[in-house]
Design a protein around this ligand. Structure first.
Ligand SMILES: *Cc1c(COP(=O)(O)O)cnc(C)c1O
Length: 401
């Protein structure tokens, strides 16, 4: 039984949404570590397989701990909107993205996407999908006229794939305008909402069909588990075709990680508020720093996506990147000097994380190609944490020369 009270606030929904009373009255939904479920009779088994009776069958198909996380995230992505949706938890963000692409596209179809994407997504589109006859066209989606022109002249494009803010350049694309264009040509639209989270941005508000998340990041919030979710607003299609594809492809989440995720999401609003207010202060500090050539943060008026971000995001987020004037050497030097902030890839944790994409995540990408994507040798990406901002600023002050 779900609580009858409908919360008015996002933070209340983050705490309570998706929770059902446990049959044994445990306060927290237990970790259902069971691969399979028992049938009272053979007929009951038949009814469950036929979909005539609700109930669990096998944990790749569904699991009570996993289902709570699915309901909670879906409730937050649709919070305050007149939209129905269904979410399916996955083993990772990449598993969710893979289910989306493999279940909705077929040979001959094309994807249209922005050139600055999470590297794993970019890799699936460039190295895996072509084997199945699916091609991705990458372009600058900040240019809306050009987007419409490309779609108009290529009837094979079936999916518009957005990620905003984008990794690691923090570029912003206009979800509302791009979705409106896509809908004029009957394309489906998917949006990776990992960087923003549903607290800052709700792509369903603008009519996108699918949202994907790496729940590994801000939703979990503490860096304790890998996970992902695919949420679709066509509930019938989600229950039928997408669920069937997901079950066959086998990218299911697991109950331990789902439990950690559910606990983490409960503080999403509190964490994001602090992440964001800290990030604004860090961005201001960096923008004035003499050794810094450029700060990429959608909360700065100097950012080309400032206005669009203001329209579609509640607040500018927790992620920023900055370019040191001293290039590769300055980048590596700054990383080595850090005393308080954490040197690592990934993002979305309560502690401040810094990484140097040109020597780490994007080292294998040729320099000219990196630079075309805005990943210059002195670029540092930062996940601004929820610590006291004075400590973050003091560490940057001694690390940047
Ligand atoms: C991390 C990330 C992914 C991939 O998620 P995993 O959980 O690592 O598989 C996808 N998109 C974005 C924007 C990410 O940051």
């Amino acid at each position: 039984m779900e609580k009858k009270f409908t919360p008015q606030g996002f933070g209340s929904a983050a705490v309570h949404a998706g929770h059902l009373q446990d049959p044994n009255y445990a306060h927290q939904t237990p970790i259902y570590a069971s691969s399979t479920y028992v049938f009272d009779t053979a007929e009951q088994g038949m009814r469950r397989f036929a979909g005539e009776e609700e109930g669990y069958i096998y944990s790749r198909y569904g699991n009570p701990t996993i289902a709570e996380a699915e309901r909670k995230i879906t409730a937050l992505e649709t919070f305050g909107l007149d939209v129905q949706a269904k979410g399916i938890l996955h083993a990772s963000g990449m598993a969710a993205i893979s289910t989306l692409l493999l279940s909705t596209l077929r040979a001959g179809d094309k994807i249209l996407t922005h050139y600055s994407l999470y590297s794993g997504t970019d890799n699936v589109m460039r190295t895996i999908l072509p084997h199945f006859g699916i091609e991705a066209i990458t372009m600058d989606m900040q240019d809306l006229e050009k987007v419409e022109d490309v779609i108009q002249h290529d009837r094979h494009i079936k999916l518009l794939y957005l990620e905003t803010p984008a990794n690691p350049t923090i570029q912003i694309v206009d979800i509302e305008e791009l979705t409106a264009i896509a809908k004029r040509y009957n394309l489906h639209v998917a949006c990776d909402n990992t960087f923003a989270t549903p607290y800052l941005q709700q792509p369903f508000r603008y009519g996108v069909d699918y949202i994907v998340h790496s729940t590994t990041k801000f939703l979990n919030g503490h860096g304790t588990a890998i996970g992902g979710i695919l949420i679709g607003s066509d509930v019938e299609r989600m229950k039928d075709h997408i669920t069937k594809s997901h079950r066959i492809l086998g990218g299911n989440g697991n109950p331990f990680d789902a439990f950690l995720l559910t606990q983490g999401i409960k503080t999403l609003e509190l964490r994001m508020e602090r992440h964001c207010s800290n990030a604004v202060k860090v961005a201001d500090y960096l923008e004035k720093h003499p050794a810094v050539a450029k700060v990429n943060y959608e909360g700065l008026v100097s950012h080309p996506g400032y206005e669009v971000a203001k329209k579609q995001m509640r607040k500018p987020g927790a992620m920023l990147s900055f370019e040191l004037k001293g290039g590769m050497e300055a980048g590596v030097d700054c990383m080595n000097r850090l005393q308080f902030c954490t040197r690592t890839v990934s993002l979305g944790t309560v502690d401040t994380l810094l990484c140097h994409p040109p020597s780490m995540t994007h080292f294998s990408v040729p320099k000219e190609q990196r630079e075309r994507y805005g990943i210059t040798d002195g670029l540092i990406r930062m996940n601004v944490g929820i610590e006291n901002v004075e400590d973050i600023l003091a560490d940057l002050e001694q690390a940047i020369r």
